[in-house]
Design a protein around this ligand. Sequence first.
Ligand SMILES: [Fe+2]
Length: 413
Amino acid sequence: MCLFTVNPFPHTILFMTKSPFCANWFTMGRTPRLVFGVGARTSVVGLLREAEIARVGIVTGASSLRQSAAWKELLNALADAGIAWCDFALRGEPGPAFVDETVQGLREANAQAVIAIGGGSPLDAAKAAAAGFFLEGSIREYLEGVGSRSPDGRTLPVYALPTTAGTGTEATKNAVLSEIGPSGFKKSLRHDNYIARVAIIDPELAVGCPGMVTAASGMDAITQLIEPYVSTAAQPFTDALAESGLMWAGRCLERAVADGTDLEARSGMAYAAYLSGICLANAGLGVVHGAASPAGAAVEIPHGVFCGTLLAASVRLTVERLDESDPAHAAALQKYARAGVLLSGRDRGSVAANCAGLIDELERLTEAIGIPRLGGYGFTADIARAVATRTDGKNHPLVLDQESIEQLLLSRL
Ligand SMILES: [Fe+2]
């Protein structure tokens, strides 16, 4: 893939009553301005200058990026441009305590924008801190299902540079924050305005990403393409993006895991992950992500591992139970079949054969790239039961009862 840019899609609402495409009407939220391609990272300072930004906060993860040439290159470019910066390093999962500290630092520095560089966790922390800059009290008070206050939508502009290809948070309007433990939570700060101003996706930034992280992040992206594609809120616009993302992920995930320096594979996965963020923000998610929130609050497990390990089993369970005599279910089966063709690159001829092909391909991929099971992360049968009681089925094409969700989790213990 060559370097390219895409201007933001404005927020649109399309009314399509009695449309042949979907049941009623759909909306597409705003997307970031996108700068995509090898070397895209060097555009960030020019974009800051274009916006007349003189003071910026930088949020990163705690480890490898800060040892890299890209980090030194960024700081030198900021210094050359006369842009002052303060920086914040996130250790582990993003939680309210880190975000509140970062907000304090951004205010003391009188920051005008935030650069977010790293995996999904630092990007989420940066988005939350950019919003928290304008909010009274702790960010915790504004989290869905945790606090009682509503965010007002003001935010510092965020320039998002993902270094992993998975969560798609560079394209979404929410930031997921968590605290782990018996009274833990994994919940979103959300507002339409919390979309990053610019997503700068440079596949070269992912070259140092370890194979296991590449594998888990990639499976998260695939889950975030399949779940919106078969969602009860699916719509033609996101369907087109999901189809493109699944094709690229099918071609590129194993290559990116096998050889982290394969820039074409890194590009394909970065592109698929970005599309997955747009898809989930506009068409919703399914039962795997419904379970991921309570699971992430109960045990420390990488989000991508959780989603990746459950994806094939959830598709198998759903496909087996969908009733093809029901028009909505038949439409979902056709989607699963199409996903099977795109992901595997092979058309097996019929809906049933391609649904089976999707399940086979997901099971093969899960093994081939070494996605672990849940047990190694302290997940137990008791936790599975508790998570099942707290799972929101979201927009899954089939309503699954608590016992079925528990069995799904136990099947990957
Ligand atoms: Fe996800």
